[in-house]
Structure formats: structure tokens, C-alpha cells
Design a protein around this ligand. Structure first.
Ligand SMILES: [Zn+2]
Length: 187
């Protein structure tokens, strides 16, 4: 009886073993995908809070982003890509667009006083043509919406535009169109 049972089991495996093996593999693959999907879902919900706020209130876009079409720079009398958005507003206040850490506060003759802020998720925001006295310094932690400086005419490379903010957004070291992340066109 014992032997008979054993033989029956061996016969069963011989006959249906392949189907059993395929079934186990299919189940394992399905389980793996389910686990991965669950894992991705939880990573998404626990990721950085990327709620952008506007760098200026009630601002007008006076020169838009363009990475392929060249735009005329009347100040420098040349055609160039404009990897930023120029904003002007009645109030010159400039605000951080995301929580982050001030990476640098620098002056360049063409872009003027410039604050660079590093954020989570690979984003870096750069605020140029600021007035002489930024309200933050390197290493400062800032929150989205914190005032960091004032728009001015310090970017001599864009003097014809008057007092404005030259706003640049980068993602993983690449220039990106700020319009893809911020609702800059609505007032
Ligand atoms: Zn500009």
C-alpha cells in the first residue's frame, strides 16, 4: 500500500510535473510584479513634497523659455537660447519655489546677483538679476514661499528688460522649462 501510494505520486509528477513547474513559475513572476508595484507605490507616496510655489507674485512673463528657437537679446545684440523665464511684477519680492538649501549666492556681470537653491528630487532653482542684498546666504535652509531677495537690473546681459527676475530651473543637471512645473502664465 505504501509503495503503491509512492508510485502513484511519482506517476503523477511524471505526468503533470511540467504543468506544476510552469504553474509555480507563473505564480512567482506574478508575485514579484505585485511586490514591485506595491514598492513603487509606497516610494511615490513617501517621496519629497514637490509642491512648487511661484517665484514672484502676479508676475508677467516678459521673456519665455526657449531651448531650440533662438531669441533676440537686444541688450547684447545677439540671438541666443533663453534657458530661463524672465518675470517682472509690481512687487519685486522673489520667493523660493520649493523647500531646499541655498547652495550659493554669487555675482556675475551678465546674470547679476544670483541665488542657487538645491531641492529634493534632483531639482535646482536659480534666481538671477537680484538686488544687492539677498535675504539668505549659502547653507540656509529655506521653505517654499520664503522671500529670498528682490528683482532688479543687476543682470547687465539683460539690461533692456528692466528690473526683473531671470528664473532658471534644472532637473538632474539639465535645464528644464519652468512652465512644465510652475503655473507662470496665469496671473
Ligand atoms: Zn533672462
Amino acid at each position: 500500500m505504501e509503495i503503491g501510494k509512492k508510485n502513484a505520486f511519482v506517476d503523477f509528477i511524471k505526468k503533470y510535473g511540467v504543468y506544476l513547474a510552469v504553474g509555480i513559475v507563473v505564480f512567482a513572476v506574478a508575485l514579484t510584479f505585485t511586490l514591485l508595484a506595491t514598492l513603487n507605490g509606497s516610494v511615490m507616496t513617501e517621496g519629497p513634497n514637490l509642491n512648487f510655489t511661484l517665484p514672484m507674485e502676479n508676475a508677467t512673463v516678459i521673456k519665455d523659455f526657449s531651448d531650440t528657437e533662438l531669441q533676440e537679446n537686444t541688450t547684447l545684440n545677439q540671438w541666443e537660447a533663453h534657458l530661463a523665464v524672465d518675470l517682472a511684477s509690481e512687487s519685486t519680492d522673489v520667493f523660493a519655489v520649493l523647500d531646499g538649501t541655498v547652495a550659493s549666492v554669487e555675482y556675475d556681470i551678465l546674470t547679476g546677483n544670483t541665488i542657487t537653491i538645491e531641492h529634493e528630487g534632483g531639482f535646482v532653482s536659480v534666481y538671477s538679476s537680484l538686488a544687492d542684498q539677498p535675504t539668505v546666504q549659502k547653507g540656509d535652509k529655506v521653505s517654499a514661499g520664503d522671500k529670498i531677495g528682490s528683482a532688479s537690473e543687476s543682470a547687465t546681459g539683460e539690461l533692456d528688460l528692466g528690473s526683473h527676475l531671470h528664473f532658471t530651473l534644472m532637473l538632474n543637471n539639465d535645464y528644464v522649462d519652468p512652465n512644465d512645473y510652475l503655473n507662470l502664465q496665469s496671473k
